[in-house]
Design a protein around this ligand. Structure first.
Ligand code: C5P
Length: 221
């Protein structure tokens, strides 16, 4: 039996992966399926929360009883997260947000020209939404959770990232070929700003989601 320990709470979750358009038909994207974020949304709703799911380009069906806000780009995701976070008790940034976007958006489809080399793509930085939400704390006591995919020195890199982002919890998972992205399962360590370290063994994304909510509930007052 799931305890309704998030009853009366509003939680905001970002999920999926942003797409940064080059022209009307092309984009720079990533392999995030949205499965971990959707598992977080379903489990939070089952624990009694009011859930806002900011969904970036996910093909998954809307979870029942959840407010879904579809977005495309990192800038749209930022707007939606900032708006929904204003009265949130917890914000969980599970989305894979593009660090960079093309500097120019071509209003018409970019064409190849027979006798010319292609133009290089120039990128500019996207804002770091997790760092921004963590620095602002729209509501006192708001609990903020980030995700980090690392390929090496997972714990050391995770600790450094937790500090840099300023969030309360960071879910760190090791990624490699065919691990994590698009998969039904996950394996992670959840690092706390208070020094805590919670290992979550390989298992369904729901199980990791439940562990995250347990740690969030401990930090809510
Ligand atoms: O720095 P890195 O991309 O590894 O950080 C991952 C975490 O930061 C995730 O929680 C992701 O949602 C968030 N993020 C963000 N804005 C960005 C890049 C990442 O909020 N521009």
């Amino acid at each position: 039996v799931t305890e309704p320990d998030l009853k009366g709470r509003h939680v905001v979750i970002s999920a999926g992966g942003t797409r940064e358009p080059l022209d009307p038909v092309r984009f720079l994207g990533n392999r995030s399926s949205g499965k971990q974020g959707y598992a977080l949304a379903r489990t939070a709703a089952a624990r009694g929360a009011r859930v806002t799911l900011i969904a970036a380009n996910s093909a998954l069906p809307d979870p029942a009883g959840v407010d879904v806000v579809p977005v495309g780009t990192a800038l749209q995701l930022r707007e939606a997260v900032l708006e929904a976070s204003a009265d949130a008790d917890a914000v969980v940034m599970a989305a894979a947000v593009a660090d960079f976007r093309p500097a120019v958006y071509a209003a018409g489809k970019i064409k190849k020209k027979d006798d010319q080399e292609p133009e290089p793509i120039t990128l500019v930085r996207n804002p770091d939404i997790l760092a921004e939400v963590s620095a602002e704390r729209a509501r006192p006591g708001q609990v903020i959770v980030g995700f980090a995919a690392e390929t090496d020195d997972v714990l050391a890199n995770g600790r450094a990232k937790l500090k840099r982002k300023g969030c309360d919890l960071l879910v760190v998972n090791e990624v490699g070929e065919s691990r994590t992205f698009g998969s039904e399962e996950n394996e992670a360590v959840v690092l706390g700003a208070d020094g805590s370290e919670t290992a979550v063994p390989h298992g369904p994304k729901e199980a990791l989601a439940e562990t995250v909510w347990g740690l969030v509930v401990e930090r809510l007052h």
